[in-house]
Design a protein around this ligand. Sequence first.
Ligand code: TYD
Ligand code: MG
Length: 469
Amino acid sequence: MLRVQIPNILVSLSLQNYKMSSKSSCYVCQNCGYITSQFFGKCRNCKSWNSIIEEKKSSKSKHLIENSTNKPRSLEEIKIQKISRIKSGFKEFDRVLGGGFVYGSFALLGGEPGIGKSTLVLQAASKISMSKKVLYISAEESLEQVKIRWDRLDEKSENLKIFSENNLAVIIQEIKNARPSLAIIDSIQAINNLEMESSSGSVSQVRSCSNDLQHLAKEYGITILIIGHVTKEGSLAGPKTLEHLVDVVLNFEGDQIGSHRLLRSIKNRFGATLEIGIFDMQENGLQEVLNTSANFTNNENVAGLATTITREGTRCFAVDIQALVNKSFYNNPRRTTTGIQLNRLHQILAVIEKSLGFKLAQYDCYIATAGGFDINDPSSDLGIAISLISSHKNIKPLQDCSFIGEIGLNGQVRKTNYMEQRIEESIRLGFKNIMVPKTDNDSKKKYQNIKILEVQNIREAFNRGLENN
Ligand code: TYD
Ligand code: MG
């Protein structure tokens, strides 16, 4: 208990020191925020080495307080103008943004190096520049390197202006002069505020550059999109330093081997989060995937393959799940997954063993989703279970059937949300049979020429979900 309290006391004492101190600078630990009036090689609070950096106090604040005309107002007095947005030219990109970039907003696009951030942004910049002024600031690559990428792409616009610079002051000056509707900075880790001694990419540099750019966006009404590389730990540019500063946080993800790329919104002050946009990386840049289901299903009827309808953001689409259940020759049978969490496979295998009595402990079990697509939706449990059982028995699943439902620990097939939307997507794709959890409402009766197979538990799903079973 005592060990937990001491650092808090230290931090609050240090904050008091900071407020009372008449010195023009103080020293701040970049790891835990501990403030001291003296430089230390090792932080007294979090014990990390070389994390303390000098921060200078500004003398402007007194003057600003005296001249401020800002007053609190009631919400009724505040009139909202219609939010106008800049369309990116990609339907998928706009959907994730909630309809496009809001004027004067400050957005962050994160992702692992090499995933295609610069390509996506260059393509969007090119499309936007056909009707709006866009400035693309490349701090990582030379103009020639950008041109080489540009030559591969279909989108070409003569209006797009490229600026290769990594000095923050010069970048800000150029944005003020050019007054673009959208300024893109590729990347925030490569630009440098020369007033700070730390090297570019360090937490303090990233924080200070982002702060200045945020003020610029709000003051001049210029939309600024910054690109940030995700660190090895998976967080954006330093311990989440940027996420609270920006209006929108997007993440560009996908596996480096497969060509699918997902654009995910993690935070959006002007739209829904958890929305995704799907792209395909091709020879001539990123192509948007509009008919999502067609990309993740093959319409095959083979043993070990079942189709489920998953929901991401506001969309439902079909994804094939493949299973391979094979007699094991290892002491510890192998369990491997691509696209679903390993724990879910373990859980579903345990339910199958207990409810159906199959001795799966003696079998290697592999599960893979089509294209390695990450499914986090529990309604795909039934699809996973049917693909495993189908592979184990070497019997094809029921033809033209999609499987939707969550599996409970005692084998029951549980209700899932957005059932109607999922059934409609199945019908749109031409499925004639749809296996769903049994519910009391009659709404499913309205689908004509479609067989809705309601099941209560995994045994019933096994009896009715395989061909000629
Ligand atoms: P890039 O946009 O440079 O990634 P990031 O900015 O996230 O680091 O993308 C680099 C990868 O994209 C590289 O492996 C090559 C591939 N690529 C294509 O497959 N097709 C293309 O048309 C382009 C421009 C890149
Ligand atoms: Mg890049």
